[in-house]
Design a protein around this ligand. Structure first.
Ligand code: ADP
Ligand code: MG
Length: 339
């Protein structure tokens, strides 16, 4: 008798889910990114118990057609790429086709969606990877995902979830960053019935910064827009006088995607060195626009790390751009507006 067997689909999806779905914030990230990929101009997120028992994400995007609904939950099913070549000019946030199958494998999902071309919406229920029902329903154009009981069927993973307060904090951080990454999308976040975040979606990055970090931060910004060698860096630098105690206030986005990059952090901090006390960190929100062929976003399933083809070149650009921009206000005396 053979001892080797190919795993069944549900088991495969459960294992794969472990890579994509670490905590409630991972689910919110995937669903919110899908909403943005679907062209939504408004995304609302509501959670209870840190998202462990309840997450609802509503968007006014394209919706999913009836025939596509079950397919969307198949592993490696995506409408966003067709081949590996597409990866070099990827403009969507998603492309792996792993999120919905992973989420459905370890939660109870209820989806209500409607495209503008269909007379009715579709309601679809899938729990632990098993389809429960598919039916007509009245619904506005767009999509609502309701996710219940994360890891209800994977006790080992459930044990590693933190307190609802900690998990809710991760979700709020994530939504802040999504809002900063797309000022043209309005975001709302409600935790246990309390509104924690709301951005207008008017397209102005400065207004998003105001909504998230408040007046003090928003009134101490230096405009930055620097372009060289095909790389554009635009956004806001916090004045060195309003430094922070840690790196959490360094916000970097590459082609609309929030990223962590030790190299960019280093370049920025080196550039601030002449202007800031030691052991302090800057506040900044910077958008990088780089040719898709010069970066690799496909390093990790969460897509948060990315690799630059030309590390040293990007370091130099960031350092120079930030350093020059910081020098400018030194030349112009700050005139206080009359109260
Ligand atoms: P990916 O985003 O990598 O394509 P997902 O598993 O996240 O994979 O989603 C699968 C597919 O389901 C998407 O390619 C998209 O066609 C569809 N989809 C998911 N969420 C939405 C949404 N909110 N609005 C419209 N279509 C969606
Ligand atoms: Mg996706």
């Amino acid at each position: 008798m053979s001892h080797i067997q190919v795993l069944d689909q549900i088991t495969i999806d459960k294992i794969a889910a472990g890579e994509v779905i670490e905590r409630p914030a991972s689910i919110v990230k995937e669903l919110a990114e899908n909403a943005m990929d679907a062209g939504a101009s408004a995304v609302a997120v509501e959670i209870q118990e840190g998202g462990i028992s309840f997450i609802r994400v509503t968007d006014n995007g394209s919706g999913i057609s009836r025939e596509d609904v079950p397919n969307a939950f198949l592993r490696h099913s995506t409408s966003k790429i067709r081949s590996v070549e597409d990866l070099s000019h990827i403009s969507s946030l998603g492309f792996r086709g792993e999120a919905l199958s992973s989420i459905a494998a370890v939660t109870k999902v209820e989806l209500v969606t409607k495209t503008k071309d269909e007379p009715f919406g579709t309601r679809y229920v899938i729990e632990g990877g098993k389809e429960q029902s598919l039916e007509d329903t009245g619904a506005p154009d767009g999509t609502t995902f309701l996710i219940r009981q994360l890891f209800y069927n994977v006790p080992a993973r459930r044990k590693f979830l933190k307190t609802p307060m900690t998990e809710a904090g991760h979700i709020q951080d994530l939504l802040m960053r999504l809002a900063l990454s797309h000022p043209e999308v309005s975001f709302q976040f409600v935790n246990n019935g309390q509104e924690k975040l709301r951005t207008s979606g008017n397209g102005k990055l400065k207004d998003v910064i105001y909504s998230i970090y408040g007046r003090e931060a928003a009134s101490n910004l230096i405009d930055m827009d620097y372009e060289k060698e095909g790389v554009r860096i635009a956004g806001y630098l916090g004045r060195p006088s309003v430094s922070r105690g840690n790196r959490n206030f360094e916000n970097f986005f590459v082609n609309g995607r929030y990223v962590k990059s030790a190299m960019i952090s280093k370049a920025v901090e080196d550039a601030y060195k002449d202007f800031m006390m030691q052991h302090k960190f800057p506040f900044l929100v910077l958008h990088f626009y780089i040719n898709g062929e010069d970066i690799d976003v496909n390093v990790h399933p969460t897509k948060m790390e990315l690799r630059f083809q030309k590390q040293q070149q990007v370091y130099n650009l960031v350092y120079e751009g930030v350093h020059r921009t910081l020098l400018e206000p030194e030349l112009i005396p700050v005139v206080k507006a009359p109260e």
